[in-house]
Design a protein around this ligand. Structure first.
Ligand code: G3H
Ligand code: 13P
Ligand code: ZN
Length: 307
């Protein structure tokens, strides 16, 4: 199956009140685990590559791995740049065959965010590529941005931003954050704000970043076998499911995949201290990615049997 554009994927997800999972990919085992989950659930998928993943694996390498995965699959799959820091990196990914890019100008003043997004939109749309932008700021580390506090997205500004920049989808800040330590106390998302934004932008696909749930059984598993993950806490799954019914068409998940892999590798190594063949511990890690993505598709996204 060739790489797909998000257009029809999001249109159907919006109509039917579910979301497409955007899973971060960094190596072969992660790609294989996600693809196996999608195949078993008959779910469309977004494989997203961050600037960090591109640096780690190399753009051509990661693209060839994705192409290999798609060659033996009938699933619709979008290949997306996650948190593109500037026009040049977005251009490199568009030129390299990505079907979707994110330009993340969320740390910039409003007018500068519009200007850089518009520049990417002009280049991308001429080549049939989708553009996601971000308005508002998530707490935590966003690769090139490290913000101590989140700044929630203003609904009026969201409308103006999408109109003036021409972006196809918009990531908004309503209380999620990146990483495994999202809430000190009770988890809380600003659903009133989400409902306001989606009612002011009918039919428009919204995106939720920082949407890992950090399932406690994996935190406990990692800690049991030598990890030190302390108070790791994520967004409850039912909150994300609710967001998927309110105009959120794309939900980004990275930390939960990292957690599932690491907890399982720690367990394997602790139980097999003699092991040193990487295949021995990467196999359960790949299986853990598959199980985690299947769990997301069922409990959070609602995207099973949407092919
Ligand atoms: O939002 C960021 C993603 O989790 C990617 O993280 O820059 O470490 O690849 P990364
Ligand atoms: P998590 O850290 O919650 O998995 O968020 C990932 C993300 O937003 C990638 O863009
Ligand atoms: Zn993100």
């Amino acid at each position: 199956m060739p790489i797909t554009t998000p257009k029809e994927m999001f249109a159907r997800a919006y109509r039917e009140g579910y979301a497409i999972g955007a899973f971060n990919v960094n190596n072969m085992e992660i790609i294989q685990g996600i693809m196996q989950a999608g195949a078993e659930e008959r779910s469309p998928l977004i494989l997203q590559v961050s600037a960090g993943a591109r640096k780690y694996a190399g753009q051509i390498y990661i693209m060839k791995l994705v192409e290999a995965a798609l060659a033996e699959s009938d699933l619709p799959v979008v290949v997306h740049l996650d948190h593109g820091p500037d026009f040049e990196l977005c251009k490199a990914c568009i030129d390299g065959g990505f079907s979707s890019v994110m330009i993340d100008g969320s740390h910039l003043p409003f007018e500068e965010n519009i200007a850089v997004t518009k520049q990417v939109v002009e280049y991308a749309h001429d080549r049939g590529v989708w553009v996601e932008a971000e308005l508002g700021r998530l707490a935590g580390v966003e690769e090139h941005v490290n913000s101590a506090q989140s700044i929630y997205t203003d609904p009026d500004q969201a409308v103006e931003f999408a109109e003036r920049s021409g972006c196809d989808s918009l990531a908004i800040a309503i209380g999620t954050s990146h990483g495994a330590y999202k809430f000190k106390g009770e988890a809380k998302l600003d659903f009133e704000r989400l409902d306001k934004i989606s009612s002011m932008m009918p039919g428009y696909p919204l995106v939720l970043h920082g949407a890992s749930s950090v399932p406690q059984e994996f935190v406990e598993m990692a800690n049991k076998y030598g990890g030190k993950l302390g108070d790791a806490k994520g967004v409850p799954e039912e909150m994300l499911r609710k967001a998927a019914k309110s105009g959120v068409c794309k939900i980004n998940i990275d930390s939960d995949i990292r957690l599932a892999m690491t907890a399982n590798i720690r367990k394997y190594m602790a139980e097999h201290p003699e092991a040193f063949d990487p295949r021995a511990y990467l196999k359960p890690a790949r299986e853990a990615v598959k199980d985690m993505v299947k769990r997301k598709i069922r409990n959070v996204l609602g995207s099973s049997d949407k092919i």
